[in-house]
Design a protein around this ligand. Structure first.
Ligand SMILES: NC(=O)c1ccc[n+]([C@@H]2O[C@H](COP(=O)([O-])OP(=O)(O)OC[C@H]3O[C@@H](n4cnc5c(N)ncnc54)[C@H](OP(=O)(O)O)[C@@H]3O)[C@@H](O)[C@H]2O)c1
Length: 340
């Protein structure tokens, strides 16, 4: 369904944006890190027939944002320059079948980006309503990090989040990060025992999310991913950077799976070898496929107080470089938020 914005929402803030320009942050070549970001005034984007125009209230950064800027994903995810990053999220007011003034959360595709700006367009098919109980920043964390945690647990690891299903031992690495902190909370909605890894400073934090046991990744047992209670993992939601298969293998149950959300060449080789040899222990690469119904489900959990977005830091759009640098640094606890 499509309602042309300019006609249907004549009195809305979005429609009033009309031929105006907006402040945005973009880059026009690969590389450069935070210094490669430019503050520009560009026309407010026009929604295509299946898109909604959003006035952004909060955007969250994800590692994929700066990884795309480095060019490392250029074979996988092509985008035209100049590129306004933030393929991740948009949280805004109004639009569409969605009426003017509605609060929403949207997943912005990596191909178009658009999150570091005052306005952005999003596919209606990836836009959901945001109830008043969920703040813009809390909503903004969900579209990439929350959906990735949800997909890894439900689709890849087969965990039922209503608590049914047999007890499953799960390891979540980098449990303090954007994806990991959602994964711990969601996993505990299922019938699971959760072991988690994080840095020493975040051990109490990760316990507070519900983890049953927590390992400091800088200790020998933490680096070896060894469960303090001697459990073997049925599933590992691997959110930390690459680790050799030989680190995972001795810790897995006989049918254990490692769901690798950042699969590099070695992980893909392990995946292929596992298939060729019919190995019961498997590495499963994950690529997020965003689904509206799953985003709705997560928003509902936040509304009910069963899931929270922990905010590492908030940065104004005028200082987007600081948020960018923080994401590159790789030490966020929860989500990095940018607010226009
Ligand atoms: N496949 C997909 O579709 C998909 C989707 C989303 C994300 N991803 C990828 O998933 C990865 C994680 O994303 P994210 O947003 O969660 O990252 P993030 O928020 O930047 O993660 C930062 C956290 O990781 C912790 N950490 C770093 N190395 C660790 C280690 N070896 N062991 C335990 N904890 C460690 C850090 O703790 P300290 O500060 O204590 O070091 C920090 O709290 C990224 O590579 C991202 O690109 C992939």
């Amino acid at each position: 369904m499509f309602l042309p914005l300019s006609a249907s929402l004549a009195s809305s803030p979005v429609a009033m944006a009309g031929n105006r320009t907006m402040h945005a942050v973009q880059y026009d070549t690969y590389g450069g890190g935070p210094a490669g970001l430019k503050h520009v005034d560009v026309p407010v984007p026009s929604p295509k027939k299946d898109e909604v125009l959003l006035k952004l209230e909060a955007t969250s950064l994800n590692p994929i944002d700066w990884k795309m800027q480095t060019g490392m994903l250029r074979l996988l995810l092509r985008h035209k320059f100049p590129y306004i990053p933030g393929e991740v999220i948009g949280v805004g007011s109004e639009v569409k079948d969605f009426k003017a003034g509605d609060k929403v959360v949207a997943f912005l595709t990596p191909h178009t980006g658009g999150g570091l700006a005052e306005f952005a367009v999003a596919k209606e098919s990836l836009t959901v309503r945001r109830p008043p109980e969920v703040s813009a920043a809390e909503g903004a964390g969900l579209p990439v990090a929350g959906l990735t945690a949800h997909q890894a647990l439900t689709q890849s690891a087969g965990i039922k989040l209503d608590g049914s299903g047999k007890e499953t031992n799960i390891l979540i690495t980098a449990a303090s990060g954007g994806v990991g902190h959602y994964a711990v909370q969601l996993a505990k909605l299922g019938n699971t025992h959760v072991t988690a890894t994080c840095g020493a400073r975040n051990i109490e934090f990760v316990k507070s999310l519900g983890a049953d046991e927590v390992l400091d990744y800088k200790t020998p047992d933490g680096a070896a991913l060894k469960s303090p209670s001697g459990r073997k993992y049925d599933a590992v939601i691997h959110c930390a950077s690459a680790m050799p298969w030989s680190t995972f293998e001795p810790n897995l149950s006989s049918n254990g799976k490692v769901i690798d959300i950042t699969p590099g060449p070695r992980a893909l080789l392990t995946f292929a070898l596992g298939k060729l040899t019919f190995s019961k222990k498997q590495l499963v690469p994950l690529l997020l496929i965003a689904k509206k119904e799953n985003l709705d489900f997560l928003i509902e959990l936040v509304k009910e107080g069963k899931l929270k977005t922990v905010i590492d830091s908030k940065h104004p759009l005028s200082k987007a470089e600081e948020a960018w640098a923080k994401s590159i640094d790789g030490h966020a606890t929860g989500k990095i938020i940018v607010e226009p």
